[in-house]
Design a protein around this ligand. Structure first.
Ligand code: MN
Length: 163
């Protein structure tokens, strides 16, 4: 082997080693580098902000972010192919599955939404609410969006819990 090809081989090995090491390093994405994005009006009613989004790389498939709903803001009806966990961090919120009772949620509460269950979540009419949302993707998909939660559905729900 020539000196040149030895050097090339050594560099390739070095690059591979560096790559493998990066794969094994803890990565921190700084708060300052996360851009807060607004929830799209097709999928949300009212003002919703998403920040600190994360998506693990394959074979891991967990992803999510911190979602903040202003008062009366909520998701549209939707379902998650592998379910979703919500951890409420601030404020007062509501969650409901199709045909079920609305449930009030607050800081520290953990919500599990089973796979394929149609539901919505959001703030109460009195207070904003923030939660961390965590879900696993199935074939690259974490959510199936459906119709909006109407004011009538939301108002009735809020009334049910005395909001
Ligand atoms: Mn959900």
């Amino acid at each position: 082997m020539s000196t040149k090809s030895l050097i090339t081989a050594a560099m390739a090995l070095g690059a591979t080693t560096a790559f493998a090491e990066r794969e094994r390093e803890v990565s921190v994405t700084r708060a300052s580098s996360h851009l807060a994005t607004a929830g799209a009006p097709e999928y949300f009613t009212g003002s919703v902000k998403v920040q600190s989004r994360f998506q693990a790389t394959s074979p891991a498939r967990v992803g999510g972010g911190l979602m903040s709903f202003e008062r009366a803001a909520r998701t549209a009806w939707h379902a998650h192919p592998l379910g979703q966990t919500l951890i409420v961090t601030e404020g007062a919120g509501l969650v409901q599955h199709w045909g079920g009772a609305v449930q009030e949620i607050g800081p520290g509460d953990v919500v599990w939404i089973p796979p394929g269950v149609k539901h919505w979540h959001g703030a109460t009419s009195e207070s904003g609410m923030s939660h961390i949302a965590i879900s696993e993707s199935l074939d690259g998909k974490t959510v199936d969006w459906m119709e909006h939660v109407s004011d009538e559905q939301y108002g009735k729900n809020s009334g049910d819990v005395g909001g």
